[in-house]
Design a protein around this ligand. Sequence first.
Ligand SMILES: Cc1ncc(COP(=O)(O)O)c(C=O)c1O
Length: 204
Amino acid sequence: MNNIKLDFPILDKKIRDKAITYLDSAASTQKPKQVINSISEFLENSYENVHRGMNSLSIDATDLYEKSRDVAKNFINSNSTNEIIFTRGATDSINIIANSLAEHLKEGDKIVVTELEHHSNYLPWMNLCKKLGLELKIIPISKDGILSEDDIINNCDDSTKVLSLTHMSNVTGQILDIKKIKKSINKDTYVAVDGCQSIAHLKN
Ligand SMILES: Cc1ncc(COP(=O)(O)O)c(C=O)c1O
């Protein structure tokens, strides 16, 4: 643990003469020096328009940008770099997905989310449902904060066009068996998975 801490320069900082104990990584993760150095190195030596210029800097920047797509692809075991899309974050991504699905949805269709979602996985769907006259079904958690996978499966019927759910809750840490859920519902239902927390904590 002490070795890992050495990678995070901000943890050297003292506040009111006390060392920092940082416990808010679920909300915002501090950056290790490898990330800071690599961003700084890129800005100092390689920054240019990506995919928009024919000069050497632009060609190098494009090359680095595309190589990072490959790194992301391998990290999440994706089949192709064509599946890797860079966005500004999860909220941006979910808004893009919701807005892109709008043309495939019509009044009366149902969207299912869960009570365990981060706000960024409610609001885009809530807005879409209001705009298009869709039904939004929010699967509740138990009084102990547990979400039942069976409840999710049983609430996905033929009118359910989208199921959008977290893989690992940022509040309770509950992990959902996405493969099981996906196998148990109509195969035409679009399934959007918020992997913000699981990407850092799970192997697959
Ligand atoms: C589970 C989960 N989903 C979505 C978000 C929102 O992510 P972003 O800040 O990238 O929009 C967070 C942020 O903490 C999160 O923990």
